[in-house]
Write a protein that binds this ligand. Structure first.
Ligand code: HPA
Length: 248
């Protein structure tokens, strides 16, 4: 069974609506189990696979996600291109709540995560090129599809990956802004680099849930607001994907 597109859903996206003839697969990999079953189904004539990054019950913390298993499981069932959907905080002025963005750069502040398939005794050491961490052709397909679906997206931006699960301090976000980060999230890495090591095309569709610490007017970031904003932003994802697959 060939897969035209795979999606990894983040916070707020636990299933992909509108899929037909659904098959759920429990996939084993040399790295253990992925976060949940992989749900694949038809979107018109195209086959889409979906995996919930934190599990469909959202019970896996960002630093506990088995990123290696998730990506390899999708590759094993035939995915050759993957869109990672990530909830993020907005830092840049045009990246406020409910904005959708397709970043083109990453700064990685995470620690203690396994970031390579070579991280095994005896494995050959490989140094993959990561100058451009996302697959440009896939980014462009997303951008073009969003235009066809009449959904506004920001083209570009630097995704700062933090450890979580806590949100950041104002000082941390101020430092990230000085570093050139436009968005902040907890799961963009090592997902992007592991995809690169596997040779699978990968792009990020970032959904802004809140202003990052100190970037908005609020004294505190409210979880209710995060979820309300995410619900609105998430509703824009299926039309983009349908347009991308020529099924809208
Ligand atoms: N920081 C990190 N990750 C996030 C945020 C944030 O403010 N909002 C949603 N995911």
């Amino acid at each position: 069974m060939s897969i035209d597109l795979a999606l990894i859903g983040g916070t707020g996206l636990y299933r992909f609506p509108g899929l037909e003839n659904i098959v759920e697969q429990v996939v084993e990999t040399p790295w253990g189990k992925p976060s949940d079953v992989i749900v694949s189904g038809q979107l018109g004539a195209k086959r889409v696979a979906f995996l919930a990054r934190h599990g469909r019950k959202h019970d896996i913390l960002p630093h506990k996600v088995n990123y290696r298993a998730n990506l390899q499981a999708l590759q094993q069932i035939g995915a050759r291109r993957i869109i990672g959907v990530n909830a993020v905080g907005g830092i840049r002025e045009d990246m406020g709540p409910r904005v959708l963005a397709i970043p083109d750069q990453i700064v990685d502040y995470t620690y203690g995560r396994i970031t390579s398939y070579c991280d095994v005794d005896g494995a050959e050491v490989r140094h993959v090129d990561f100058s451009d961490p996302y697959t440009q052709t896939l980014r462009q397909q997303l951008i073009d599809a969003a235009a066809r679906a009449d959904v506004a997206v920001v083209d570009g931006g630097c995704y700062g990956a933090t450890q979580g699960p806590r949100l950041e301090t104002r000082a941390e976000i101020a430092r990230m802004r000085r570093d050139g980060c436009d968005l902040v999230g907890m799961t963009g890495m090592p997902e992007a680099v592991l995809s690169r090591e596997l040779g699978v095309d990968y792009a990020c569709l970032a959904l802004v849930a809140n202003w990052a610490a100190g970037c908005g007017d609020e004294a505190e970031i409210s979880l209710e607001e995060i979820f309300a904003n995410l619900e609105k932003a998430t509703a824009q994802v299926p039309p983009i994907i349908a347009a991308m697959l020529g099924e809208s």
